[in-house]
Design a protein around this ligand. Structure first.
Ligand code: SF4
Ligand code: SF4
Length: 123
């Protein structure tokens, strides 16, 4: 009886899709709702600082004077709150994660359009 069950299972498995993928030879397919690393569309940012003020882990630093947006990748917990509240909708969660490493990683992004706006508008 046991052998019969196992044979049936083996036969069924032969015609099913594999339950695992051949990663890394076959690239991983990211889910639609993947909460990956935060990315910014820099020209759209107005340096309002809302994301930095509301970030629960203080992973973000926005400097209007320097026209920079900065993220500490190791502090970010991918909660997505900054993406939801950004008034310009210029933040998004990528479908991949920050690569692991032995040291912390901070990304500093210069905001070119905001720099121009700051001087033009006298803000
Ligand atoms: S990313 Fe969005 S919330 Fe953050 S400073 Fe820029 S415009 Fe404001
Ligand atoms: S996803 Fe959450 S923790 Fe990461 S920077 Fe945005 S608000 Fe902060």
């Amino acid at each position: 009886m046991g052998n019969f069950k196992i044979s049936g299972l083996i036969l069924r498995s032969l015609f099913r899709r594999p339950a695992t993928s051949g990663y890394p030879a076959v690239p991983k397919e990211w889910g639609e709702r993947t909460r990956g690393r935060i990315e910014i569309d820099a020209p759209e940012c107005i340096l309002c600082g809302t994301c930095a003020r509301k970030c629960p882990t203080e992973a973000l630093v926005v400097s209007k004077a320097e026209a920079t947006w900065e993220i500490d990748r190791m502090r970010c917990v991918q909660c997505g709150h900054c993406v939801e509240i950004c008034p310009k909708k210029c933040l998004r969660m990528a479908k991949e994660y920050t690569a692991p490493g032995y040291e912390g990683r901070t990304d500093l992004i210069e905001i070119p359009v905001a720099k121009k706006k700051t001087s033009d508008d006298g803000i």
